[in-house]
Unconditional design. Structure first.
Length: 155
């Protein structure tokens, strides 16, 4: 497959997952989410869409760098880890915003954080740039974990 097609597919996949999880999020941000207690450091709602869009694009570029690398090592584990963290990313939005289950979302986001870390380590075997592209993502999820915990405590 030509690299341009790999690139487009790699970026498209996380963006579609993000758009789909945004469906569960957007309908509740102006409803249920406004009714719960949030900590003082909760960012404004408008910030989440551009941050997540940027992170999904960076995830896609990281995936492309691994998929397109010339390494002879098996990429299967790295791509499975990437897919796992992307699934967990999607599930968090569903659990938190659609199901309103803040406690379960907290457990799930910790699993997401661990899977991102494992993905970073797996990607580093193929591309240093790919692993570094995921660092802002794990930083944002770290912040989201703290936010999820604080919301759970307040409600």
């Amino acid at each position: 497959m030509k690299p341009i097609f790999k690139f487009l597919i790699s970026v498209f996949i996380p963006l579609v997952v993000g758009l789909t999880s945004g469906f569960f999020t957007s309908s509740n941000v102006n409803g249920w989410f406004t009714t719960i207690n949030k900590p003082s450091f909760n960012p404004p709602n408008w910030l989440f869409a551009p941050v997540w869009t940027t992170l999904y694009i960076m995830m896609g570029i990281a995936l492309f760098l691994v998929w397109n690398s010339n390494s002879v090592k098996s990429k299967k584990t790295a791509i499975i880890l990437f897919s796992t963290q992307l699934l967990l990313n999607f599930l968090w939005s569903f659990i938190f915003f659609s199901q309103h289950n803040i406690g379960l979302a907290l457990v799930e986001i910790v699993l997401l954080w661990i899977s991102i870390l494992l993905t970073i380590f797996a990607f580093a075997k193929f591309s240093t740039a790919a692993s570094w592209l995921l660092v802002p993502y794990i930083c944002w999820v770290s912040f989201a974990t703290l936010l999820n915990y604080s919301i759970w405590q307040l409600n």
